[in-house]
Design a protein around this ligand. Structure first.
Ligand SMILES: [Zn+2]
Length: 382
């Protein structure tokens, strides 16, 4: 049996006037999604447990089959794992954004003018030289997204994600560790400000200890691999021993290589992997941008450029099961994530399900299942 998990990031949405009162899933032409739904089983999944932030870290952890209420410690340690950092138990990881804060204290740009990875790395290394030491170190990541490692005593702070503050007054850290964070954020201005970057300081948030996740192989008895362009998803792979397949043409943007991701899945399964996770970020980015057309196109790309040939490819390899769902909704009207349950689709090539329609309204009356339980349902022998 081969297993495939498809994650169109943030694809769930709400009805939109621009789409004649339909959601992107309803408005897009998705013959392959709907053919799968007709032969399988659809439902509603709570990928974001009650009271947890609706982040991709939480939602994808649930889809990977790990209960976020047990295993999630924060976003930064997952991204730290993606960078190859192993935290000791006495270390805490913080996400370190390069940001632009206006003279009046407004968060002008949570992405610090989108610096290049190379230019940003130089600044992060300069920060490490100037402000590192005594258990504090700075580690370059991608573009504006970096990591700070700090002593365990720095865990206790209330930090606001900078993307929630755009065009609003910056909300500074609170709690016992706040003075440490404030000191570094203030001191970073003299290094980031004069640099070539559009950013003028760092922003520390998303902290946590390294999560203690049992391996996927140990938990589900299957060898798994994944493809993604996103550090959070890559980090979850590292933390659970799921092989991360490199695809250079995966961009994390609208122009990503859909066919390349499909072929990664078919090749890995043909080479002996049992389960493959395909993650595509484009639908979430379109949601954040409020770009209706791109969100519809991202779904149609899944249909035509992944599913259309993935299914015959799987058929050639033998019996298969497929699970498809997003890690959260990113409604175009809100341009941010929500905690609403999302539609899921589960198909077994050999055993027809009751059939259904894979849209938000198609599953609206169905019971809600915890998102992290779907992995067991996918891989269990029925
Ligand atoms: Zn997401």
């Amino acid at each position: 049996m081969n297993y495939v998990v498809c994650i169109p990031d943030g694809c769930a949405d709400e009805p939109l006037a621009e789409l004649g009162g339909r959601t992107p899933l309803e408005a897009a032409e998705l013959p392959n999604f709907q053919a799968l739904a007709a032969r399988g089983d659809v439902g509603r999944a709570a990928v974001i447990p009650d009271g947890m932030p609706p982040g991709s870290d939480v939602g994808n952890m649930a889809i990977f089959g790990y209960d976020p209420t047990r295993f999630h410690t924060g976003r930064a340690p997952i991204e730290a794992a993606a960078l190859g950092l192993e935290l000791r138990p006495d270390q805490v990881a913080y996400r370190c954004n390069l940001v632009t804060v206006g003279d009046d204290g407004t968060m002008v740009d949570f992405a610090g003018g989108h610096p290049s990875t190379d230019e940003a790395a130089e600044v992060i290394l300069a920060l490490d030289a100037a402000l590192g030491g005594d258990g504090v170190s700075f580690h370059p990541g991608v573009q504006y997204r970096h990591i700070m490692v700090a002593p365990e005593g720095w865990i206790d702070a209330g930090c606001t994600p900078p993307h929630d503050l755009t065009d609003k007054p910056a909300v500074w850290p609170t709690g016992p560790a706040a003075p440490h964070l404030q000191r570094l954020m203030d001191a970073s201005r003299s290094i980031v400000g004069p640099s070539v970057l559009g950013a003028n300081q760092i922003w520390l948030w998303g902290q946590g200890f390294q999560p203690q996740m049992p391996s996927f192989q140990e938990t589900y008895g299957l060898d798994a691999a994944l493809v993604t362009a996103v550090d959070l998803v890559r980090g979850l792979g590292v933390l659970t021993g799921i092989e991360v397949v490199e695809l250079e043409t995966a961009t994390g943007w609208y122009d990503t290589d859909y066919e390349g991701k499909r072929d990664c899945a078919l090749d890995a399964l043909a080479d002996g992997a049992d389960l493959f996770i395909i993650h595509v970020e484009a639908s979430d980015e379109a949601g954040h941008a409020g770009d209706v057309e791109e969100k519809v196109r991202a779904l149609e790309n899944w249909d035509r450029r992944i599913l259309a040939d993935l299914i015959p490819g799987l058929d050639r390899l033998g019996p298969w099961r497929l699970l498809l769902l997003p890690d959260h909704a990113t409604p175009l009207a809100l341009r941010t994530h929500t905690s609403d349950p999302v539609p899921y689709l589960l198909v077994d090539s050999e055993r027809p399900g009751p059939g259904g329609v894979y849209t938000e309204s198609g599953v609206a009356d169905l019971p809600i299942v915890p998102g992290h339980e779907l992995m067991s349902r996918l891989v269990s022998i029925r």
